[in-house]
Design a protein around this ligand. Structure first.
Ligand code: DC
Length: 447
């Protein structure tokens, strides 16, 4: 049997994010049991059954097969269909809370959960893991935070997704789910007697994850530490997933219009255009000079780009927010080793988009290339996809008829330079190569 870590706590305490971070660091498999309840809720709701109607829910179970697969991130399948994204709505959250009160539903999932735990070193999150599913787990943690703080975090998340729920609605939802989860007759949410209590109300994600990793290490000894060397499992993206044709036609028209306008406004030169792959799913790693950079790069990419933009930009007015989201921006909190951002980046690549990354993290005022961060190497190493280096060159500030040169360098595949994993040595090697290529392009040391 592997090492079992049971992580329980109320809705919105950050269990899944924290469990993912801790599992990635420790080399454990993360198991999200909430996703299983959500899948049952999704299935019955889709079939027009009220999730509170326990008789009908019970009867529906025989037609439900749930599988969890680790494809870099945990994916949930309902009768062979990947429902991982479909189960993350407020309606399904509430439905899951209701179906989870049905004893037959809990019994139905119990064996599946126990079997997964037997085979692996796992961090399993849920409500009854320490009390019912894995009463013998070596480590039990109860992660909580005040209802207001949980509602606050959830509200921000929903806002980013463009969900119209108000803070009051989110708080009421959390209170209702807490009540359901702690008052149901079978396996109610409660802290196991031997569980360590961690309150994340006043902690950041990183601090909470560190606290949890500390507890796990203390309880299991140091022997698992060596395995933390691989930061994330390598998951080559599938190049067969192409971008939708209709969207491409629309994008191409838009791209030519922007190209015309930019050539009129700036004195802009492109070099190395032959290096730009014709397909999507590639990483463009560029030096960072201005907010126009994603557009400069996009002018010669035939598939739309996605790029990380600092969180503050999403707090501007709604129109601006919608505009940058339309053009592929997604938020990143600077200075946080946010695994969610890595997951989103990989998702974008999987969707067939190209991904622009500015490894320096911040704009360079004098045009010199600063030190790069490792995120770019991690994303490219996980996805095992091409990295196209880009150099953007202009003097001073951007303005009308300003001379701007954009150079695309030769694409690099991580495996070509021997990078097939995500251990620190490989990531350093890949990052060094990327930063050297960018610097050479910026300084003009290219053939
Ligand atoms: O963790 P979550 O929000 O994805 O869980 C969805 C619902 O499933 C939650 O309201 C309670 C229920 N649940 C449960 O009863 N037991 C578990 N082990 C996990 C989730």
């Amino acid at each position: 049997m592997g090492i079992n870590v049971a992580l329980d706590g109320p809705s919105g305490a950050g269990k899944s994010t924290i469990a993912k971070m801790a599992a990635a660091k420790l080399g454990f498999v993360y198991v999200d049991t909430g996703a299983m309840y959500r899948t049952i809720a999704y299935s019955v709701i889709r079939d027009g059954i009220d999730p509170a109607d326990s008789e009908k829910v019970k009867a529906a179970l025989s037609g439900i097969k749930i599988e969890l697969k680790n494809e870099g991130t945990q994916q949930v399948f309902l009768n062979g269909e990947n429902v991982s994204d479909l189960i993350r709505t407020p309606e399904i959250s509430m439905g899951a809370s209701k179906v989870s009160a049905v004893p037959e539903v809990r019994a139905f999932l119990l064996d599946l959960q126990k079997d997964i735990a037997k085979a692996n070193d796992i961090i399993m999150d849920g409500r009854d893991i320490g009390t019912v599913v894995l009463p013998d787990a070596q480590v039990k943690i109860f992660l909580t935070a005040s209802a207001e703080e949980r509602a606050n975090r959830r509200f921000k998340e929903l806002q980013e997704k463009g969900d119209p729920s108000t803070y009051e609605e989110v708080l009421a939802d959390i209170n209702q789910r807490d009540y359901n989860d702690t008052h149901r007759e079978i396996a109610p949410l409660r802290q196991a007697e031997d569980a360590v209590l961690v309150d994340s109300s006043a902690l950041t994600l990183e601090e909470t994850a560190d606290e949890i990793i500390k507890v796990i290490k203390e309880k299991t000894g140091k022997k698992k530490e060596r395995r933390s060397r691989e930061l994330m499992p390598v998951r080559p993206i599938s190049k067969s997933r192409h971008y939708s044709r209709i969207k491409l036609v629309f994008y191409t028209i838009l791209r030519y219009i922007v190209m015309g306008l930019y050539h009129l406004y700036y004195n802009i030169h492109y070099e190395g255009v032959e290096n730009v792959p014709k397909d999507g799913g590639n990483v463009f790693a560029s030096n960072h000079r201005s907010y126009q950079d994603p557009v400069f790069i996009a002018i010669h990419t035939r598939v739309p780009l996605s790029y990380m933009a600092k969180e503050e930009l999403f707090e501007q007015n709604v129109l601006f927010k919608r505009l940058i989201i339309f053009f592929g921006a997604f938020p990143v909190t600077r200075g946080k080793g946010d695994t969610a951002v890595i997951d989103t980046s990989i998702e974008k690549l999987e969707m067939g988009r190209n991904l622009v990354i500015f490894p320096e993290g911040t704009r360079s005022k004098d045009g010199k290339v600063g030190p790069g961060k490792t995120g770019v190497a991690l994303i490219a190493a996980v996805a095992q996809t091409k990295i196209v280096p880009v150099g953007i060159i202009f003097e001073g500030r951007l303005g009308f008829r300003k001379k701007v040169t954009v150079r695309y360098g030769e694409p690099v595949l991580p495996a070509e330079i021997g990078v097939t994993g995500t251990d620190p040595k490989s990531l350093k090697k890949l990052k060094t190569k990327i930063m050297e290529d960018i610097t050479n392009l910026v300084e003009g040391n290219v053939n």
